[in-house]
Ligand binder design. Sequence first.
Ligand SMILES: [Zn+2]
Length: 239
Amino acid sequence: MNVCKKCNNEFQGNYCPSCGHPLKIERINSRYIVTEIGNVLSFQKGILYTIKELLMRPGQNIRAFISEDRNRLVKPIMFILITSLTYTLFVKIFGFNDGYVNYNYDDFNDTSTGLIFQWISEHYGYSNIIMAVFIAIWIKILFRKYSYNFYEILILLCFVMGMGMLMLALFGMIESITNSHLLEYGAYAFFIYAFWAIGSFFDKRKYFNYVKALISYILGMLSFTFISLGTGILIDFIK
Ligand SMILES: [Zn+2]
């Protein structure tokens, strides 16, 4: 009899029948490295597959991720961090104007508010997750008839906002290469994508869902902005 290294179950054969853990795992070699790189970039699952699926059927795919299969798409928190980093890198490499969080720093130089917004624009990965929390609260309120909990909605937003960051990165890159004003349209594309994805996640046949998705998104972004501004003003006031 073999003893499973993961759950201590005794079994015969090469795999534990109770948890599926293999008796022996392969040593790490060049094939492992090549397979791992292939998996990350793969069109079968991986990041490219995730992008393709989220572009074509966002609502349906995110629903399936939450309730059926967690292995088809890349992990959502990882996805929003990677895509936000991609956006930041593209801004640096191609030098287009960062229009995502568009505040005029000169208005509140050296104030806590200024510092908060500077932090936001330098850490889009974390900021996006915080924004997602605010939008998720509004979605939870406006779509309260559905049984999804707050964390499931947060996962939905990680995928949606990650795709948004990629759209802005792409439009920004084309803008700087062709010297046009495409980034503005990237922002519209982001917005349309977000309310289409959120609306169809809940029920693609209900038109009112798209309106509610749009309202939750706007209210979430406004709450985020007001809380950030409010915190900054409060800190300056205390000082
Ligand atoms: Zn086991």
